[in-house]
Design a protein around this ligand. Sequence first.
Ligand SMILES: [Zn+2]
Length: 374
Amino acid sequence: MLQFANVNGVKQRPFKGGRGVCHTCGGAVIAKCGQIKVHHWAHESNEDCDTWSEHVGPWHLSWQNIVQDEYVEVSIAAHRADIQNSVGTVIELQHSPISPDEIACREEFYDDMVWVFDATERFPAVPSSTRAFFSLERTKHITSCQKDVFLDCGEYLIQVECFTEILDKFSGYGMMRDRGWFVSKYLDECVNVDWSPPEKSSPLKYADRWNSKQPWRLTDFPSRWRDPVSGGETNIAKKTPYIPLDYKWEGHSGPIWSEVITDHSALSNGWDVDGMEEMKLLLTGTPMILDGLLRVMPIRSEHMRAKHRVSTVQRWIDKARTHMKAGRIPILHEKTLEGLIEKAKQYEIEQNCRLMQSNAKSKRQQGKQRGLFD
Ligand SMILES: [Zn+2]
């Protein structure tokens, strides 16, 4: 579907009774200014010369109307780019399903390009600080994209960092952006003077169609965290979404959190596997994606067990202080840490008593035996 034609050498939108020339193939085109479809130009031959062309609806227009006409429907050999910016990057707007073959074809042809997929109310996603974790459900073709991908979720965009099946029921994750961000990154010099970013609702609306199978939970209590960059404290409120990671896929060697540590550096938050094991044990903690990163949420302090030797618990507490500074575990009260040492002492006493009792018993038995022989 054409929005522009060459009319006496000028790039023009359709007007009633208009006739012009297709700027891709040079064929004659006629203006269609009906009531139902978006006004457009149609080839007189009735066939669009560009097989990649798709129906232009309100979603396409919401993007193309951001930029000046000269950057819309830019002919590149036999194809028309939806938008090509001032430095030659093609913004490919994709509303309809597209096969992996077609994706590969366009990426090779345009080379300098980014994808924007219409994901308006299509894919469920959960926000996590500046990140969002999404599911593509059955629209798996998108994962074959090699060029940068943006999912346009309506009020926000997801700049995909990674497509991955590792997180149960998710297809990947990315940074949350808005159109203003996208425009300043890609369309700054092409933007219409009268364009302003659309207003956002607060809080943002998320497609939430997971129903009972939703793969995220809400935190039970508020927690305080150290921001490693600013050194300041941040609060994560009660009922903040998190993604639990304490499960294991069949046939995989380790739990999900260990795979996140080894394969997803954007999320791993500086953890190593041993450090995570220690904090899980010390804090009876749960590994989770919280506020966009891998963190350990401790159980409430009264339920912490610390069934380990005092020297071990002391060593782990020293490490816990480093993890706190790095925002990998929440800020713990000194009282809580002291309580852990106390619990470890109790545990050692219990263990030793039992040992002493069993020693005493065996000695008694030995004694009895000796007695028999005596
Ligand atoms: Zn044409």
